[in-house]
Design a protein around this ligand. Structure first.
Ligand SMILES: Cc1cc2nc3c(=O)[nH]c(=O)nc-3n(C[C@H](O)[C@H](O)[C@H](O)COP(=O)(O)O)c2cc1C
Length: 436
């Protein structure tokens, strides 16, 4: 392997002539329509299993839509389900109490114009970012509950044999006290969690997948100016959600599979690792998974008269990969007492090979936003369904796709490498090289 931190894959992926030809032919053949069962297709043709895991549930491929403007209505979700996306996280709703009180109401503002623009990383790598001023769901909480129900109905509970239906997750921004405050508004935790569970329980068994969003705008907010305050949130929120949630009928399983979606704070990498350590070791309730990590925040950048904006692109993936590498280094030197929760990665996944980088650093799924906002013409696929184009690009691209990267690793290891093998492959590599 050519090692150029933070990437573990070499610039050019090595495939046999025969494999490259097969992949190129498949890429062309699937340009108009994806195979009806993507997972079975990749198993049969490449001996590679794409199945992953999200919120404790099996998914047919590791890719999901991250919470945001592309998961705002059921038509968008239907497209994702039809294309066979692994999971969809709905837009973030701002928690409310039974009387309609909403302490984080400043995040529930209407969406504004979004600008999709090229961005270069600090090392010159070209990429894309989305600039905007919007925040959370701004319609009523009841309409969000309806949206969750309709999305679950659209996803259904069946899939071809050996595959899995698209998993739907809710996303919530719960109340967080500012420095100097210690009280959490439990009424908002309770009302919001239980209402979402009621929608879920009417359609599914098992725990409701729910992400708690710590957004980059929060990183830029005065609330997160102190490290201790952020760590307090991470310790307390899982306990508050667990206390708010109705347990499952067996009385022991938590009613919510809570995913803590971490932000990139304005502090250094050591603090990012400390956040993950606190979640693993000190959370006061169950953390089913971690989403690592939301966009960067630039306090100086201006957009439409507003100073301070979130951004993504190559610096985001670099920082996230470095953060995860630093986490595993901490694990290897015994700095964590408990296991790291499963990781769903987010940040600058524009190609399947980037997902593999995250997989080698422990991710069991990847969730994208920016990629879904690129113009149709950025993709080689010609389907009407944009999600199908995205999957086609992520999985089949012969130069940068998931299959190409998995086949490359298969050659290095002398045995097929499936998506779910990546964390073990990455950790074996770390042990063999001492992480250098
Ligand atoms: C326009 C826009 C809106 C977003 N809205 C939300 C949101 O409501 N909740 C949330 O948790 N993340 C939100 N995000 C963050 C994305 O879910 C995603 O984690 C992040 O953009 C990194 O992935 P990407 O590089 O593929 O865009 C938003 C991102 C963008 C660009």
């Amino acid at each position: 392997m050519i090692l150029q931190r933070p990437f573990l894959l070499p610039e050019t992926l090595h495939l046999s002539e025969e494999e490259r030809r097969r992949l190129e032919a498949d890429y062309e053949a699937c340009c108009e329509q994806l195979p009806p069962d993507l997972r079975a297709h990749c198993l049969d043709n490449y001996g590679v299993d794409l199945a992953g895991e999200y919120a404790g549930q099996p998914i047919a491929n590791p890719f999901g839509k991250a919470s945001g403007q592309l998961a705002l209505n059921v038509r968008q979700v239907q497209q994702d389900v039809e294309a066979g996306l692994g999971f969809v996280v709905l837009k973030t709703v701002i928690a409310v109490d039974a009387a309609g009180g909403q302490s984080m109401a400043e995040w529930a503002i209407p969406e504004t114009l979004m600008r999709v623009e090229p961005i270069a990383g600090s090392d010159g790598t070209p990429g894309w970012t989305v600039t905007w001023k919007g925040r959370g769901w701004h319609e009523s909480f009841e309409s969000y509950c309806d949206f969750l129900g309709a999305s679950l109905d659209a996803a259904g509970t069946t899939a071809p044999q050996g595959s899995f239906p698209t998993v739907i997750a809710a996303s919530v921004k719960y109340h967080l006290p500012a420095p100097g405050e210690t009280e959490f508004r439990r009424g908002e935790y309770e009302h919001t969690t239980r209402a979402l569970q009621a929608v879920w329980n009417a359609r599914r068994s098992g725990p409701l997948p729910l992400e708690k969003d710590f957004s980059p705008t929060l990183a830029g907010d005065d609330r997160s100016r102190e490290q201790e305050q952020i760590l307090l949130w991470l310790r307390r929120v899982p306990g508050l959600v667990a206390a708010a949630a109705l347990p499952l009928p067996d009385g022991t399983t938590p009613g919510v599979a809570l995913g803590m979606k971490l932000m990139n704070t304005r502090f250094d990498l050591d603090f990012q690792v400390e956040m993950l350590r606190v979640l693993a070791d000190e959370a006061e309730g169950p953390v089913a998974f971690v989403v690592y990590a939301n966009r960067l925040f630039d306090p100086e950048r201006e957009f439409e008269g507003k100073r301070g904006v979130a951004y993504g692109g190559p610096d985001l993936s670099r920082r996230n990969l470095e953060g995860l590498a630093a986490l595993w280094a901490a694990v290897d030197r015994g700095a964590l007492q408990r296991a790291v929760p499963p990781i769903s990665a987010t940040g600058d996944v524009l190609a399947g090979r980037m997902a593999v980088e995250y997989g080698l650093l422990g991710a069991s799924s990847c969730q994208m936003h920016t990629l879904f906002q690129l113009r149709h013409t950025e993709f080689g696929g010609r389907m009407r369904n944009l999600t199908a184009r995205v999957l086609h690009h992520l999985i089949f691209d012969p130069g940068t796709g998931l299959l190409a990267a998995l086949l490359h690793l298969g050659h290095e290891r002398g045995a097929p490498v499936h998506w779910r093998d990546l964390p073990a492959v990455g950790s074996a590599w770390r042990r063999a090289t001492g992480g250098e």
